[in-house]
Design a protein around this ligand. Structure first.
Ligand code: BES
Ligand code: ZN
Ligand code: ZN
Length: 496
C-alpha cells in the first residue's frame, strides 16, 4: 500500500472515497468537519439533526456522490468522546476504513484527519491502522480476499509546517505496521508449513535483508550448550529444534552499555506432548510460536528505526509432540543453568524452553530482559482476550513497559509476583517443578518458573496466550493473529 501526502484542497480531489472522523459531542460538526460541512453545503448538519450522525465510536456513515465534493463517496467514522480520543482510536478508525472500503472494491482513497493529536502521532496512527487493517489471512485460499487490497491512500489536511513531523510519523508507522504484519504472517502459518527449521530460515532471511546479525543454533550446538530443558521438549518430535539469535547493535555503543534481551516462545505446534491436549480446538496451537514471531517482528522494525541501545532477540523454536522418544511426566531434566526440573506436565513446555533461552540471553550479555509467550490458558481466565498479562521482577523496569503500553494503546495488566507463589513450584525430587502444586494462580506460577532463570537481571514476562489471536474479526483487524505487544516493545526500546 502506497501512502502519500496530498496538498491540493480536498474538495477538489477526485478520489474513490474521502474518509474522516467525527467526535461524539453535543454538536459533532466541529473543527475540520465544520469546514467539510461548509464545502458539502450543510449536508452533515442535516444528518446530525436527524440523529443519523452522532460520532459514537466506529459508527459508519457512507454517503455517495456528496454535494460540493469531487469524491465519489464520503465516509464519516465515529471517533467517540473527544477527551478520550487517542492514537489507539485513530488507528482503529483508519483500519476500519481500509477494511470496509476494500469490501466495496475501493482501491484508492483519501484520508482527512480531524483535530485532536499532533501531526506526527496522527500520521503514525493512520499508517499503522491502514497497513494492519489491510492485512488478510487468506494466503492459502485459492480465492483470495487479498486480491481486494487497498493500492493507495493519500493524506490531506496537513499544513506545510506540520509536514516534516507528519512525514516522520508516517515513516515510523509504516515500519512498525509492516513489521507487525511480518509477525502476523508467521503466526498464521500452519505447523506443517512452519517447522522450527523453516522459522529459523525465515528469521535468517529477514535478518540478512534488514542488516541484523544472526546466529542459528542447530540441535548439535544446543546439545553442546547443555540446554537440557529445551531439548527435553524437542525430543518427542522428528523435527529438530533451533535457537534463533538476532542482534541489533547501534552505531555508537559503549562496552558497558545496557543490552536488552527479547526472548520469545516459539513452539511451532503444541500438542501437549504425553500430557496431551484434547482434540477440540487443538488446531489453534499453531499460534504457540507467537511470542517468538513477535520478537522477530520487533527486531525487524528496530533495524530500520535504529534506536541507541543494543538489543538481542532470542527465539527457542521446537515442536511439542508425543512419541516414543517424548519426555514423560515425572522426568527430571537439567537446564543449561544447572538447575534441575521435575517435569510434572509435559504441556507446560513453554517455560522449559524459555528457561534455557533466558539463561542464554544473560550469557550473551543481556542486562534487561523481556519475554513474550503464549504461556498459559489461565491468563484467559484472569484477563480474557482483552489484556496482556504482565509479570516483573523489578518494578522500575516493569513500569517502563507499562508506560510504553499506555503510550501505544496496547492493553496490559500487571499481576502479582509475591514470594508465596514461588513456594508452589518448589520441587519434591528436583530443584523446581514445571507446574504449581495446589489449585489456581497458573499464570503466576508459570511466570515464577521463568523468573528462576532470570535471577537478579531485571525481567518482565508477557503472557499473550489470550491476546495474540483474535477468534473473531474486528472491524479494524482480520480474524487470527494480532501481533500484540510488538508496538509496546518497540516503544520501550526506542525510549530506553
Ligand atoms: N501453549 C499453552 C498455553 C495456551 C493455552 C496458549 C491456550 C494459548 C491458548 C501452554 O503450553 C500450555 O499448555 N499451558 C498449560 C499449562 C498447565 C499444564 C500448567 C495450560 O495453560 O493449560
Ligand atoms: Zn503446552
Ligand atoms: Zn505451549
Amino acid at each position: 500500500m502506497q501512502i502519500t501526502f496530498e496538498t491540493k484542497p480536498y474538495p477538489t480531489l477526485e478520489t474513490e472515497a474521502l474518509v474522516t472522523y467525527v467526535f461524539e459531542e453535543s454538536d459533532p460538526i466541529q473543527a475540520r468537519v465544520a469546514d467539510l460541512d461548509r464545502a458539502a453545503g450543510g449536508l452533515l448538519k442535516k444528518l446530525t439533526t436527524s440523529g443519523e450522525l452522532t460520532g459514537r465510536t466506529l459508527e459508519f456513515t457512507l454517503l455517495h456522490a456528496p454535494a460540493g465534493l469531487k469524491a465519489e463517496r464520503l465516509l464519516l467514522i465515529g471517533a467517540g468522546k473527544r477527551d478520550q480520543f487517542s492514537v489507539a482510536t485513530l488507528r482503529k478508525i483508519a483500519g476500519a476504513a481500509a477494511r470496509s472500503l476494500k469490501g466495496k472494491s475501493v482501491k484508492n482513497f483519501t484520508f482527512l484527519p480531524n483535530e485532536g493529536l499532533s501531526a506526527e502521532d496522527a500520521a503514525q496512527a493512520i499508517a499503522e491502522g491502514l497497513i494492519t487493517g489491510d492485512f488478510e489471512t487468506d494466503k492459502y485460499k485459492t480465492d483470495k480476499k487479498s486480491d481486494k487490497r487497498i493500492d493507495s491512500v493519500s493524506l490531506v489536511g496537513f499544513s506545510d509546517s506540520e509536514k516534516p513531523a507528519a512525514e516522520k510519523g508516517l515513516n515510523r508507522g509504516q515500519i512498525i505496521a509492516e513489521s507487525q504484519n511480518f509477525t502476523r504472517d508467521l503466526v498464521n502459518e500452519p505447523s506443517n508449513k512452519l517447522t522450527p527449521r523453516i522459522l529459523a530460515e525465515k528469521a535468517e532471511a529477514m535478518a540478512r535483508e534488514a542488516g541484523l546479525a544472526v546466529d542459528i543454533l542447530d540441535e548439535k550446538r544446543i546439545a553442546d550448550l547443555k540446554m537440557g530443558a529445551l531439548l527435553s521438549v524437542a525430543q518427542g518430535s522428528v523435527e529438530p529444534p533451533r535457537l534463533i539469535v538476532v542482534t541489533y547493535t547501534p552505531a555508537k555503543v559503549k562496552d558497558d552499555a545496557p543490552v536488552i534481551g527479547l526472548v520469545g516462545k516459539a513452539v511451532t505446534f503444541d500438542t501437549g506432548g504425553i500430557s496431551i491436549k484434547p482434540a477440540d480446538g487443538m488446531e489453534k496451537m499453531k499460534y504457540d510460536m507467537a511470542g517468538g514471531a513477535t520478537m522477530l517482528g520487533v527486531m525487524r522494525a528496530l533495524a530500520a528505526l535504529k534506536p541507541n541501545v543494543k538489543v538481542i532477540g532470542i527465539v527457542p523454536a521446537t515442536e511439542n509432540m508425543p512419541g516414543g522418544k517424548a519426555q514423560k511426566p515425572g522426568d527430571i531434566q537439567t537446564a543449561m543453568s544447572g538447575k534441575t526440573i521435575e517435569v510434572l506436565n509435559t504441556d507446560a513446555e513453554g517455560r522449559l524452553i524459555l528457561a534455557d533461552a533466558v539463561h542464554y540471553a544473560k550469557q550473551l550479555g543481556a542486562t534487561h530482559l523481556v519475554d513474550a509467550a503464549t504461556l498459559t490458558g489461565a491468563i484467559v481466565v484472569a484477563l480474557a482476550n482483552i489484556n496482556v498479562g504482565v509479570f516483573g521482577s523489578n518494578q522500575e523496569w516493569t513500569d517502563k513497559l507499562l508506560g510504553a503500553a499506555r503510550a501505544t494503546g496496547e492493553k496490559m495488566w500487571q499481576l502479582p509476583m509475591d514470594d508465596e507463589y514461588r513456594e508452589l513450584i518448589k520441587g519434591s525430587f528436583a530443584d523446581i517443578q514445571n507446574i504449581g502444586s495446589g489449585k489456581g494462580g497458573g499464570s503466576i506460577t508459570g511466570a515464577w518458573f521463568i523468573r528462576e532463570f532470570a535471577g537478579d537481571t531485571p525481567w518482565i514476562h508477557l503472557d499473550i496466550a489470550g491476546t495474540a489471536w483474535n477468534d473473531d474479526a474486528k472491524p479494524w483487524l482480520a480474524k487470527g493473529p494480532t501481533g500484540v505487544s510488538l508496538r509496546t516493545l518497540i516503544h520501550l526500546v526506542s525510549t530506553f
